[in-house]
Design a protein around this ligand. Structure first.
Ligand SMILES: [Ca+2]
Ligand SMILES: [Ca+2]
Ligand SMILES: [Ca+2]
Length: 107
């Protein structure tokens, strides 16, 4: 607060202002939100944005919506992590060649 000594008294920053500035800082929205939470939503997290995903609720795009896979969205027979007893930490998606570029054929 060096300016408080040399400058006019009213240029000093009252504690209340500092407080409000601090609140303004912390009140900001989270910095750098993940891309897929904004314009590139990817509901099934298969790497294909919903807008380009013919099956936006089907992780492995096999025609069975994730909600009907009984906690095995990638269809490898192992219960997915996050479900009771789930041990499948790494889910492998399948992107059929019929999907739009550049996603087609990815796995
Ligand atoms: Ca997707
Ligand atoms: Ca999909
Ligand atoms: Ca699985």
């Amino acid at each position: 607060m060096a300016h408080c000594k040399t400058g006019p008294r009213r240029s000093c920053t009252p504690t209340s202002q500092v407080e409000s500035l601090r609140h303004a800082d912390t009140g900001k929205p989270a910095e750098a939100p993940p891309q897929n939470s904004t314009s590139l939503a990817d509901t099934d997290r298969d790497g294909v944005p919903d807008t380009a995903d013919p099956m936006p609720y089907d992780f492995n795009n096999d025609g069975t919506p994730d909600a009907q896979t009984n906690c095995d969205v990638d269809g490898d027979g192992i219960i997915d992590y996050g479900c009771p007893g789930g041990t499948d930490y790494w889910l492998n998606t399948t992107i059929p060649s019929t999907f739009p570029a550049p996603y087609a054929g990815r796995s």
